[in-house]
Write a protein that binds this ligand. Structure first.
Ligand code: GAR
Length: 218
């Protein structure tokens, strides 16, 4: 069983979809701890409801970024976390954590990377008036949303979309592809060749890299 550590800053609906897919038996994993940088993040309430240990770690309580991320890495390691999940964690992760969990940190981003990295991916796409947008699960490296892409889902975008309307459409897909990427990882189906993610079986069966979404609980 794969041991996860989740970092979240906000509502935590992605965290919830992961928990739901664990509880339904779709994902053979457990969440050892939820860590939030914000004491009022709704994700914490979700953790409480599901009896998942939670920690609030405010960067302001640490002398610098390195100390903050070293501490997070230590908390994750002592709970045996194997894969770190950034579920709406609104910070650029520090090197101390990346070095400790190289290629074992997954992030979800609300745009089709490499377009619209950084904050407000949905707003950037709506303002640009793209005709297709979506979301991306990728491994985290030192850059801003630049790590190897694992999986993506596309949604239509319309001329009158706003950050909210497009964001809602994208979020529905986020709730599906994030658990799916974790499932692929837990089954050993993801390998890295340099910065290229290889998903075994995806050439023979396109559906392997394009989730059978109906199985997922959102
Ligand atoms: C999600 O849309 C996620 O893709 C985005 O924050 C939202 C969190 O929602 N993440 C980023 O923009 C990271 N740069 P949630 O708290 O309900 O899961």
């Amino acid at each position: 069983m794969l041991t996860l550590g989740v970092l979240a800053s906000g509502s935590g609906s992605n965290f919830q979809s992961i928990v739901n897919n664990i509880e339904s038996g779709y994902l053979n994993a457990r969440v050892a701890v939820l860590i939030s940088d914000k004491p009022d993040a709704y994700a914490i309430e979700r953790a409480k409801k599901h009896n998942i240990e939670h920690l609030v770690l405010n960067p302001k309580d640490f002398p610098d970024k390195d100390a903050y991320y070293s501490h997070i890495a230590k908390e994750l390691k002592r709970r045996g976390v194997e894969l770190v999940i950034l579920a709406g964690f609104m910070r650029v992760v520090g090197k101390a954590l990346i070095d400790e969990y190289r290629n074992r940190i997954m992030n979800i981003h609300p745009a089709l990377l490499p377009s619209f990295p950084g904050l407000h991916g949905q707003k950037q796409a709506a303002d640009y008036s793209v005709k297709i947008s979506g979301c991306t699960v990728h491994f985290v490296d030192e850059g801003m949303d630049t790590g190897p892409i694992i999986i993506q889902a596309a949604v239509p975008a319309y001329h009158d979309d706003t950050e909210e309307t497009l964001g809602k459409r994208i979020l529905k897909q986020e709730h599906k592809i994030f658990p799916y990427a974790i499932k692929l990882y837990s089954e050993g189906k993801i390998t890295l060749e340099s910065r290229k993610v290889v998903i075994s079986g995806d050439r023979e069966d396109f559906a392997v890299a394009n989730p059978p979404i109906d199985e997922l609980k959102t």
